[in-house]
Design a protein around this ligand. Structure first.
Ligand SMILES: [Zn+2]
Length: 214
């Protein structure tokens, strides 16, 4: 999960027709969220859904249904895992608060481990639990598969980062290597929060790469 700059202009159909899934809403969300699922970080999202941060409970809360600031770009897997009562509130709004400041996103071997930096910050704690679940929840066969797909994609991205960092060690002035690193560490890239966290936690080795993260 990364900080998203949501466009402030409300899509026309949402405002005028009060429908939240017309083309203009879909395209604006896809653009603002860099076509990444805001929960797991997979990109592109093959099966996008419009996720309501605060659930509308089948229209019981219509004001939430059509609130532009309550609409998020997510994959089906994450939307379905978030659809549990414990996530009805306190999932942090990544358009308001920066998840990278509040949460550690780590990959140890092939195990995803996500943890709030401050255990008293309820939003960070609940959000970290949600992100852990979308990579590790194995209560159905399909979820085992979908979690594995995400871990595999994340591993590919991390390996690309580690390979490029190796090249950087021996050839730090190469424009191609620098450009590749910039792309891999950009917020718009898949699973950016994990790759950026890796570089931040190894900044004694790569102090100058912090510029690529800010
Ligand atoms: Zn997802």
């Amino acid at each position: 999960m990364i900080k998203i700059e949501r466009t402030s202009k409300i899509p026309k159909s949402l405002e005028e027709k009060r429908t939240y899934n017309d083309y203009d809403v879909v395209m604006q969300l896809k653009h603002d969220f860099h076509d990444k699922c805001y929960i797991c970080g997979i990109k592109p999202v093959q099966d996008p859904e419009i996720e309501h941060l605060l659930p509308h409970k089948n229209g019981k809360f219509p004001e939430r249904m059509f609130d532009w600031n309550n609409l998020f770009w997510s994959c089906r897997h994450c939307n379905s895992i978030k659809n549990q009562q414990k996530y009805d509130e306190n999932v942090l709004d990544c358009c308001q608060r920066d998840p990278e400041i509040l949460i550690d996103f780590t990959l140890n071997g092939d195990t995803v481990f996500v943890q709030a930096k401050d255990e008293t910050d309820i939003e960070a704690v609940v959000t970290a639990e949600l992100v852990n679940e979308v990579f590790n929840k194995t209560n159905t066969g399909m979820r085992v598969h979908k979690c594995q797909v995400r871990v595999d994609e994340l591993l590919k991205e991390m390996n690309a980062l580690l390979d490029t960092l190796e090249k950087y060690k021996t050839n730090e002035h190469s424009i191609i290597v620098q450009r590749t690193l910039k792309g891999l560490l950009d917020r718009k890239s898949p699973f950016a929060e994990f790759k950026r966290n890796y570089v931040k936690s190894h900044q004694n080795r790569y102090p100058e790469l912090i510029d690529y993260i800010n």
